[in-house]
Design a protein around this ligand. Structure first.
Ligand code: NAD
Ligand code: AKB
Length: 309
């Protein structure tokens, strides 16, 4: 078997920052090439790359003999509502560029994340099953659902080894969130640490599925390392850890900062949150490749508060 050489696209983002660290620890610094459309001071190999530029991608894949790509570049839910055309173009064209690259056998394996945003207002709200109604009403959700269909199509028709997870809202401290509806669950910790009241853009009872970044990165690597026969879902797997509302998170943070409070000032992101499930049934992922989350709400708060302060 040849050497694994990985390209991470969107490496400066919330997930990329931590995924590159983990992949480099596993495969060696020189075997994981970080890339992003933005430029940055970066430890290890970094290339500025626009995922919309096919020629640039092919040149880079050839230059480093890339075997696997993690495609993380995207426009998240709230940001995409502000620029739907750009959101659709970036989220779709980036994936299609990579699927073609894999189809033409330039790379052996592709990871592309989906989201709970594929679900919509008539999807079952709790314990949302793997296979159910998916009627997203955001441009982000529409792009993720279309992306899932393309992944399955390229796998079935061209045997492309593409793997995907429907992440819930991800909580982390190493890099700021990129403009999603679940970003409140990160921003809130910075207000608490500064002794400020948190102006929350969702309602107190807006329950959403969430996960700590360490769990999400582990899930990503586990599905990529799984035997191809174990990965039976080639659209995207439901993935879950915990669910909570802004009110419940505020109460949990008050255990560490008793004076802390949130002020609820819902904006357009509340409608997005209301269209998404409150909890996810990820039993298919647990069954197929033994997925299991580790971080509960208390542990997430402990880690966030310790690292942010
Ligand atoms: P992010 O916004 O933090 O990072 C995306 C990165 O992509 C940024 O660094 C950005 O500079 C880069 N990028 C943008 N346009 C690019 C281009 N044309 N070429 C190359 N790079 C470009 O996003 P994230 O939170 O790390 O999310 C990564 C993926 O995971 C996305 O597909 C997102 O939809 C998905 N996801 C994230 C979450 C979450 O809570 N973070 C939840 C569900 C799904
Ligand atoms: C967002 O809020 O847009 C993301 C997601 C759940 O896809 N965090």
């Amino acid at each position: 078997m040849g050497k694994t050489r990985i390209l991470v696209i969107g490496a400066l983002g919330q997930i990329g920052t931590e995924l590159v660290e983990k992949l480099r620890a596993m495969h060696g610094e020189d075997n994981v090439i970080a890339s992003d459309v933005r430029n940055a001071q970066y430890e290890g190999i970094f290339e500025q790359l626009d995922v919309m530029n096919k020629d640039q991608i092919y040149t880079l894949v050839k230059k480093y003999d890339i075997t696997e790509v993690y495609l993380l570049a995207a426009m998240l839910s709230a940001k995409a509502e502000e620029n739907p055309d750009m959101g659709w173009k970036l989220n779709m064209n980036s994936l299609l560029n990579m699927l073609h690259l894999a189809k033409e056998d330039w790379i052996k394996k592709l990871y592309w994340p989906s989201s709970i945003a594929v679900f919509g207002p008539t999807t079952p709200l709790t314990h949302t099953p793997q296979h159910t109604v998916a009627d997203p009403n955001t441009v982000y959700g529409i792009s993720k659902l279309a992306g899932e269909r393309w992944c399955e199509y390229f796998h079935k028709r061209y045997r492309v080894d593409v793997r995907s997870l429907r992440y819930p809202g991800l909580i982390s401290y190493k890099s700021p969130p990129g403009g999603g509806t679940t970003d409140y669950a990160i921003n809130i910790f910075y207000s608490a640490a500064k002794g400020d009241i948190y102006p929350c853009f969702l309602k107190e009872n807006a329950t959403l599925p969430m996960m700590y970044m360490e769990d999400a990165v582990r899930a990503t690597i586990e599905i990529m390392e799984a035997d191809p026969d174990e990965v039976k879902v080639r659209s995207a797997y439901n993935l879950a850890a915990i669910s909570f509302s802004p009110g419940e998170l505020t109460k949990e943070i008050q255990k560490f900062y008793p004076e802390f409070d949130s002020l609820y000032q819902p904006d357009f992101r509340q409608q997005i949150a209301e269209s998404w499930p409150q909890s996810i049934d990820d039993s298919v992922a647990r069954e197929d490749w033994n997925w299991k989350h580790e971080f509960d709400l208390t542990r997430i708060c402990e880690e966030m508060i310790e690292n942010i302060t």
